[in-house]
Write a protein that binds this ligand. Structure first.
Ligand code: HEC
Length: 695
């Protein structure tokens, strides 16, 4: 898009009268932008090669065959069944093929018009994984460039496949298996480079980085660290010089984090790649950096040179963050009319509940307003670009509990927003889930050490666990329209040139709205929930809309108590659904299974053992896949209905021995028998409660 936009602007500026000359220039610009390798942004209108389609991450399709006038004729063209588990990713489409990934980076190439399977590739994550981290959280997407499909496995491999055969062309490791890192974000290909980051800041004080590989050869081109290195070694790069003074006291080795596990954007004209950086470890700022300081680049957007990874600018959304505040949310690059002049901007709604407009070239703060319920700060000071904090947020020395809005889940998670250059609006999936935070809990370890935090459900925090689709005017910094959604886990968004906005829902619908007014204009019952962002592409004369069904772990899992009213569980069908005007397919029949807890008449609950078992459950990653309070989401079976919890030997074989390892259930060999039995006791109690209709 870069070259084309530039050419168009030039044409306008020259105010040419000759239509012929104008057409010639435009053709030249288009030809230039379609030249492979010269401009990875210039996705063909027909294709969707990157997670957000192109480097602008607008999640916007220029296709305009499906419109407000004919959307009522949009119907299923084909569907393809996937295995159970995580299915929260956006596919990519190029040259008449659709490429999908599921939780363990199982890649499938499908004929984009018919849904016929062309090839599949399973990198064997479940067999290779050495920690639950490696199979948790799922895989959010893949990329396509110049005849290749790129995937990043959760266990740290970056792989390029031939898009016609599915055969690996090269493979690299971005971290070693033994490290406490994982990688679940979508790699992007910008400017012929594969850009990828990783997660793991919630586990240890690791020093996070982003790596760029040559998309053709796999050669590592650069690596950018997001938190500083050993202060005993001289700071060589500009980034180190900027970061180091913001970490104070005896911090090295105690704290770190700053993982960039989700969002990247790219602007070709500015030659900048943008990195969205996450939270610190541990949460408590003063345990991480005893002398204070802003702790760069935690919770920041950082711009680096595309060719070298050299630091250019940064903007920190939560200085000295200590509430799991991240800026890993998608960063949309767009041109907006600011004060009457076109300006290239970066638009982000990070976790902290503000919507930011930054100058994409310099990082200069332009504006920020609350897009959701916010209590941690009053506003962002326009002069300094820094938040005016509520003093209660510095919980270290504050007795009592403080209502934190947004809570630790954030107002916006990794589910992407979309931007339509036609309406000028950003369509943002918003959550309102509060938390109570307080002074350090005695004995707490790991990331939450030094912070008391709970995610409190209704009725204690009225208004908690709501979700919305908000159409936001980034120039006026106000909503154009708002739709309240069911549940508390809103899906990713697609905008199209047909003035349509598509979003999936937790209650099993894909819905289209009028992009201007928010009026619902179409819906399709998907049976399973839809969290993944839809995409659009075309083959021949037909425009298609595609989405994966399934909620991953979050929908009914880690946020389960907000979504327990909806069926989001493991038993629901995972599918690729593709729609077109006049589509003739029907969904295969599906009988919704009835879930009943196993009969356990002899069970005598002991409150102390239940509590101890709940701690084992929470401290051993079970909740990441099996859900908070053992309410299953999409990633793994709902253990309240599992017969395995009645039989000690089977339970040990599965949980400790790894009997279901190849099915995606990671073993926990560290669990001693008494802990296993407490765990089982807790799950049996949860089954009894489920039988009584309790959440
Ligand atoms: C990375 C995700 C993940 C984590 C972490 C995880 N599990 Fe699982 N678990 C699964 C999956 C997936 C299955 C289903 C495997 C299959 O299809 O047979 C499963 C199955 C099970 C089953 C058998 C259920 C049945 O009825 O077949 C039990 C019991 C279980 N898990 C307990 C646990 C416990 C306890 C923990 C924490 C120590 C845990 N799991 C951690 C993913 C996970």
């Amino acid at each position: 898009m870069g070259d084309t936009t530039l050419a168009r602007t030039t044409i306008n500026r020259m105010n040419l009268t000759s239509a012929k000359l104008r057409a010639a220039l435009l053709t030249a610009a288009l030809a230039l932008s379609a030249y492979p390798g010269s401009n990875s942004l210039a996705a063909q209108a027909t294709d969707w090669p990157n997670y957000g389609r192109d480097g602008s991450e607008q999640h916007y399709s220029p296709l305009e065959d499906v419109t407000l006038d004919n959307v009522d004729k949009l119907s299923l063209a084909w569907s393809f069944d996937l295995e159970p588990g995580f299915s929260v990713s956006a596919p990519v489409a190029a040259g008449g093929k659709l490429f999908t990934t599921t939780g363990h980076s199982h890649i499938r190439a499908l004929d984009a018009a018919s849904g016929k399977l062309l090839w599949d590739f399973d990198p064997g994550v479940r067999a290779i994984a050495q920690s639950p981290l490696h199979v948790s959280w799922g895989n959010k997407g893949i990329a396509w460039w110049d005849g290749r499909v790129f995937l990043a496995t959760t266990d740290g491999r970056v792989i390029a496949l031939d898009d016609s055969t599915g055969k690996p062309l090269w493979e690299r490791r971005q971290f070693e298996l033994a490290e406490l890192r994982n990688s679940n974000g979508a790699p992007r290909v910008f400017d012929g480079k594969v850009i990828i980051g990783h997660g793991g800041a919630d586990i240890s004080p690791l020093r996070a980085y982003v790596t760029a590989y040559d998309a053709k050869t796999g050669e590592q081109l650069w690596r950018f660290y997001t938190v500083p290195g050993d202060p005993a070694v001289p700071a060589e790069s500009k980034a180190e010089q900027v970061m180091r003074p913001t970490w104070k006291g005896d911090w090295f080795g105690r704290g770190g984090g700053g993982t960039a596990w989700n969002a990247f954007s790219y602007d070709e004209d500015l030659d900048l790649i943008y990195i969205g950086v996450g939270n610190g470890f541990p949460y408590n700022h003063l345990m991480r950096s005893p002398g204070g300081g802003d702790n760069l680049f935690l919770a920041s957007v950082v711009a680096v040179r595309a060719d070298t990874g050299e630091y250019v600018w940064h903007y920190q959304v939560c200085p000295a963050e200590q509430w799991d505040c991240t800026a890993v949310q998608d960063m949309t690059i767009a041109t907006l009319q600011i004060d009457g002049k076109p300006r290239r901007v970066l638009l982000q709604a990070p976790k902290n509940g503000f919507f930011y407009v930054l100058d994409a070239a310099t990082g200069e703060f332009i504006s920020a307003e609350k897009i959701a319920r916010v209590s941690w700060a009053e506003k962002i000071d326009a002069a300094t670009g820094r938040p005016v904090e509520n003093p209660a947020i510095r919980y270290q020395d504050k007795p009592g509990l403080f209502e934190l809005w947004p809570g630790l889940q954030g107002a916006h998670s990794w589910l992407p927003q979309a931007f339509s250059p036609r309406t000028g609006l950003v369509y943002v999936p918003i959550m309102e889930i509060g938390a109570l935070i307080g002074p350090p809990r005695p004995g707490a370890q790991g990331i939450g050490a030094g912070m008391g935090a709970t995610v409190v459900p209704d009725p204690e925090l009225p208004g908690s666990r709501r979700s919305f689709l908000k159409a936001w005017d980034p120039v006026g910094q106000q909503p154009a329209w708002t739709i309240e959604l069911p549940g508390a886990w809103p899906g990713g968004v697609l905008a199209t040139a047909g003035d349509l906005v598509f979003q999936g829902r937790i209650d099993g619908y894909l819905v289209a709205y009028n992009a201007n007014t928010g009026a619902q204009v179409w819906s399709f019952k998907t049976v399973a929930p839809v969290v993944a962002p839809p995409i659009s592409y075309s083959v021949g004369d037909t425009q298609y809309i595609t989405v994966l069904t399934g909620s991953g772990s979050q929908g009914g899992g880690i946020l389960a108590t907000g979504n327990a009213a909806y069926r989001t569980d493991y038993a629901l069908p995972r599918r690729v659904l593709t729609f077109a005007i006049g589509g003739k397919a029907t969904l295969p029949a599906f009988d919704m299974p009835v879930l009943t807890p196993p009969a356990d008449p002899d069970f005598k609950p002991d409150p102390e053992r239940v509590m101890a078992g709940a701690m084992v459950y929470a401290n051993n990653a079970c909740l990441v896949c099996h859900g908070m309070n053992a309410i299953g989401g999409g990633a793994a079976p709902d253990l309240r209905y599992s017969p395995v919890i009645l039989r000690g030997d089977d339970f040990r074989a599965v949980v400790k021995g790894g009997a279901l390892k190849l099915q995606g259930m990671p073993p926990s060999p560290q669990l001693a028998d008494p802990a296993l039995e407490e765990l089982r006791h807790y799950l049996r109690m949860r089954a009894v409660q489920a039988g009584q209709g309790q959440e």
